[in-house]
Ligand binder design. Structure first.
Ligand code: NAG
Ligand code: NAG
Ligand code: NAG
Ligand code: NAG
Ligand code: NAG
Length: 519
C-alpha cells in the first residue's frame, strides 16, 4: 500500500507542476494595473505637409531615399484624417490608455521665430488635431499617455543650431514642452519627455541608420545624449514648477533596453561584460535620472574626455527628475568581452551575439526570449531602487502582415506572463503595460516591410483600411481578464479552484488504484 500511495503522490506532484508552478504562471495583475497600446506621430499620421506643419528630420531623411524601398511616412496610415477610426480600434481592445506622440512641427512649425519672440503663436490646425484626438479618447474613458518627442525634430533646428548635437537645443525643447503642458495638460496627466534616447543618439548620430543620418560614432552620440538628458531634466523642472500643482500629472522618460545576458553564465568576464553592456545601453540615461545625476562610472572610465561633463547644478537637476520609469523592451542579446576599439560601440569593449536556437521575427535583431524580460525588470529593480515602471513598448514584427498571427499571440502571452512573474513573484514595481503597436505602420528605415501591428493596414489602398489580426482578440482577452487567471476560473476567482481541481485529480487517481488493487 505504501508503494501505491507513493506513486499516487508522485503523480499528483507532476500534475500540479504542469498546470501551476512550472512554465506558464496563472494569476492576475494588481487591480489598478493599466493596459495600453501605442503609436507615434511620424509612423501613423501622414499629412506631412498639411495643416501648417513644417518639415522635420524624418521627412528629410525619407525624402532622401534612405529607407527600405525608399518608403516614406508622407501618408503612412493617414491617421491625421482617420484618427476617429483608430480610436474605435483602441476602444475595442478594451485598454485603459493610448500612448501616442505629438509632432513638434505641427504645433510650433517655426521654433526659432517662436523662441525669439518674432512669432509667439502656436499653429492652430496642429493644436486642433491633438485636441480632437485627446477629447475623443476622453469621451471613451481612455487616458492619453503623450510622448513629446518621438524622433521628429524640426528640420530648421537641425540646420540652424545643430539639432541634438548643439547645446542650444535644450531651450528650444523646453519651449515646446512648456507649450504642450500648457495647451493639453488640463486633460493629459501622463507625459513622456523622450522616446528611446539611445536610438536617437546612436542610430541617428553614430551609425547613421536613422535621421539625421550623422556618422560620428566617437563623440556626437555622447553630445546628443548629454543634451537630451539636460532637456529632459529642464522640462521635468518646468512641469514641476509651472504645472504640477494645478494639473497634477506625472512626467517620465522612456528608454529602450535589450537584456544583456552573459554568453557564458559562469565566466566572470562574461558576467562583467553583460553588466557593462547594460550600463552603456540603459545606464547611459537611467543612471543620471534615476540614480545620482551623473553617468555610470564605467562610461566615464571607458570614454574619458569624449564624454561631456555635467556641472554640479546640472547633476542636482538630473537627479530624481522623474515620476516613473518608462521602459521599451523587445529582446535579449548574449554578451562576451572584446578588445577595445575606439569610438562607440567600441567603448563598450564587448561583443554581442544571439543564440541560434531563439525563435526569430521579421527583424534580424528581434529574437523571442521571454525570460529576458523578467531579468531586465529585476535588474532595474536592483539598480534603481525599485522605481515605479511602466512598460511603454513591447511587441514583435513579421514581414507578411498576416491577420492569422499565432507567432504574435505567442510572443505577447509569453512576455506578459514573465511580466506577471516579475510583479507577483519578484516584487518589481510595474504599474502598466503597452503593446506596440496598434496597427502596422511606417517602421522607420525598414519602411513598410517590418510589421508590428495588432491590426493590419493595407498600404496599397488609398483608404488605408485596417483589419484586426487574431492577436488583437488575444490581447483583449488578456486585458479583460487582467492577466491569466487559473484555468476554468473568471477574473475574480482565487487560486482555490485549482486546488479543487487537484483534489479531484487525487481522488480519481486513488479510486483507480483501489480498482487495480481489487482486480
Ligand atoms: C531608391 O532611390 C534611389 C535614388 O536615390 C534609386 O536609385 C533606387 O532605385 C530607389 N529604389 C527603389 C526600390 O525604388
Ligand atoms: C505665426 O505662426 C503661426 C503658426 O505657425 C502662423 O500661422 C502665422 O502665420 C505666423 N504669423 C506670422 C506673422 O508670421
Ligand atoms: C557636433 O558638434 C561638435 C562640437 O561643436 C562639432 O565638432 C561637430 O562637427 C558636430 N557634428 C555635426 C555633425 O554637426
Ligand atoms: C540624488 O537624490 C537622492 C534622493 O533625493 C539623494 O539622496 C542623493 O543624495 C542625490 N544625489 C546627488 C549626487 O545629488
Ligand atoms: C508570417 O511570418 C511569421 C514570422 O516571420 C511566421 O511565423 C508566419 O508563419 C508567417 N505566416 C504566413 C501566413 O506566412
Amino acid at each position: 500500500m505504501e508503494i501505491f500511495l507513493g506513486f499516487v503522490l508522485l503523480s499528483f506532484n507532476g500534475y500540479h507542476s504542469v498546470i501551476g508552478t512550472d512554465d506558464f504562471y496563472h494569476d492576475t495583475f494588481p487591480n489598478d494595473f493599466l493596459w495600453g497600446v501605442a503609436t507615434s506621430s511620424y509612423q501613423i499620421e501622414g499629412a506631412w505637409n498639411e495643416g501648417g506643419k513644417s518639415e522635420h528630420i524624418w521627412d528629410r531623411f525619407s525624402h532622401d531615399n534612405n529607407n527600405w524601398h525608399n518608403d516614406t511616412g508622407d501618408i503612412a496610415c493617414d491617421s491625421y484624417h482617420k484618427y476617429m477610426e483608430d480610436i474605435q480600434l483602441i476602444r475595442s481592445l478594451g485598454v485603459d490608455f493610448y500612448r501616442f506622440s505629438i509632432a513638434w512641427t505641427r504645433i510650433i512649425p517655426d521654433p526659432i521665430a517662436y523662441r525669439t519672440g518674432r512669432n509667439k503663436s502656436l499653429n492652430q490646425p496642429g493644436v486642433n488635431y491633438y485636441n480632437n484626438v485627446i477629447n475623443e479618447l476622453i469621451k471613451y474613458n481612455i487616458k492619453p499617455l503623450v510622448t513629446l518627442y518621438h524622433w521628429d525634430l524640426p528640420q530648421s533646428l537641425q540646420e540652424k543650431i545643430g539639432g541634438w548635437n548643439g547645446s542650444d537645443i535644450v531651450d528650444y525643447y523646453n519651449d515646446y514642452a512648456d507649450a504642450a503642458f500648457k495647451t493639453f495638460g488640463d486633460r493629459v496627466k501622463h507625459w513622456i519627455t523622450f522616446n528611446e534616447p539611445w536610438v536617437i543618439c546612436w542610430m541617428g548620430h553614430g551609425s547613421a541608420e536613422y535621421a539625421p543620418g550623422i556618422k560620428e560614432p566617437s563623440v556626437t552620440p555622447y553630445r546628443c545624449g548629454h543634451h537630451i538628458i539636460k532637456s529632459h531634466a529642464k522640462a521635468y523642472d518646468t512641469y514641476k514648477h509651472r504645472y504640477k500643482t494645478t494639473q497634477k500629472g506625472i512626467v517620465g522618460i522612456t528608454m529602450n533596453s535589450d537584456t544583456m545576458h552573459p554568453k557564458n553564465e559562469i565566466n566572470q568576464e562574461h558576467i562583467d561584460a553583460a553588466e557593462r553592456g547594460q550600463q552603456f545601453m540603459l545606464g547611459w540615461f537611467a543612471h543620471p535620472i534615476y540614480k545620482d545625476g551623473d553617468y555610470p562610472k564605467v562610461m566615464k572610465d571607458n570614454i574619458g574626455d569624449r564624454l561631456p561633463k555635467f556641472t554640479p547644478q546640472e547633476i542636482a537637476l538630473n537627479n530624481g527628475s522623474f515620476d516613473f520609469f518608462g521602459l521599451n523592451h523587445y529582446t535579449t542579446v548574449l554578451v562576451e568581452p572584446a578588445k577595445k576599439e575606439f569610438g562607440f560601440p567600441g567603448d563598450l569593449r564587448l561583443q554581442l551575439s544571439r543564440d541560434p536556437s531563439w525563435t526569430g521575427s521579421g527583424s534580424y535583431w528581434l529574437k523571442v526570449v521571454p525570460w529576458g524580460f523578467r531579468d531586465m525588470l529585476n535588474w532595474i529593480k536592483k539598480e534603481y531602487n525599485n522605481p515605479k515602471v511602466i512598460i511603454t513598448e513591447n511587441g514583435i514584427t513579421d514581414n507578411n502582415g498576416t491577420t492569422n498571427d499565432p507567432h504574435r499571440i505567442y510572443y505577447y502571452r509569453q512576455y506578459i506572463n514573465q511580466l506577471l512573474k516579475a510583479i507577483k513573484q519578484d516584487g518589481c514595481n510595474v504599474f502598466g503595460y503597452t503593446a506596440w503597436c496598434l496597427l502596422d505602420t511606417f517602421e522607420w528605415n525598414r519602411g513598410f516591410h517590418e510589421k508590428f501591428g495588432l491590426h493590419s493596414t493595407d498600404f496599397s489602398d488609398p483608404a488605408r483600411p485596417r483589419t484586426p489580426k487574431r492577436s488583437a482578440a488575444a490581447y483583449t482577452e488578456i486585458v479583460n481578464q487582467n492577466g491569466f487567471p487559473p484555468v476554468g476560473t473568471s477574473t475574480t476567482a482565487s487560486s482555490s479552484s485549482s486546488d479543487v481541481q487537484n483534489l479531484i485529480m487525487l481522488i480519481l487517481l486513488c479510486v483507480s488504484f483501489f480498482c487495480i488493487l481489487n482486480e
